[in-house]
Design a protein around this ligand. Structure first.
Ligand code: ZN
Ligand code: ZN
Length: 154
């Protein structure tokens, strides 16, 4: 775990609509208004929202959007590698628009999930796999206390 740099990957909070368009077109996805709203809701704040939270944000942009539409959009965005699912513990699936390799740090106190640069390198992990198996991806999730919570607990 020593190769994890404690640096948050910041994504600018305000993104232009045209930038969302570009991202989608680049990934071969038709940039519909609904998809833009859902992707925009995810990029608005890099806090790994659940589908419910994305729905509430999307509703602010488009009050008549349905939960089913949000799920459909998330599905399309995932298939086009614009968004990925993050599953931590048994809590609801969260979504992350940061497609760079990164580790997730979950605060056990407030539940905040933060992106950290770096991940375990499949070639150099200590994980021993049986002969014939090949590790291709290692997903790392770290748990502990965020800066605010560790301040408050000391
Ligand atoms: Zn993430
Ligand atoms: Zn916290």
């Amino acid at each position: 775990m020593s190769d994890v740099k404690a640096r948050t990957v910041f994504v600018p909070s305000h993104r232009k609509r045209s930038e969302l368009d570009e991202r989608m077109v680049e990934m071969g996805l038709r940039p519909t208004l609904q998809r833009k709203i859902v992707l925009g809701a995810l990029l608005e704040k890099l806090d790994h929202p659940t589908a419910d939270e994305i729905f509430l944000r999307a509703k602010r942009a488009k009050p008549n959007i349905s939960m089913a539409t949000v799920y459909n959009c998330l599905d399309a965005l995932q298939k086009s590698d614009l968004v990925k699912q993050v599953n931590m513990d048994r809590s609801a699936t969260r979504y992350c628009p940061n497609m760079h390799e990164h580790a997730h740090f979950k605060c056990e106190e407030c539940g905040e999930v933060t992106d950290f640069d770096g991940t375990a390198n499949p070639e150099s992990t200590d994980i021993t796999v049986p002969p014939g198996y090949k590790v291709r991806h290692v997903e790392m999730s770290i748990r502990g206390l965020c800066a605010d919570c560790s301040k408050n607990s000391s």
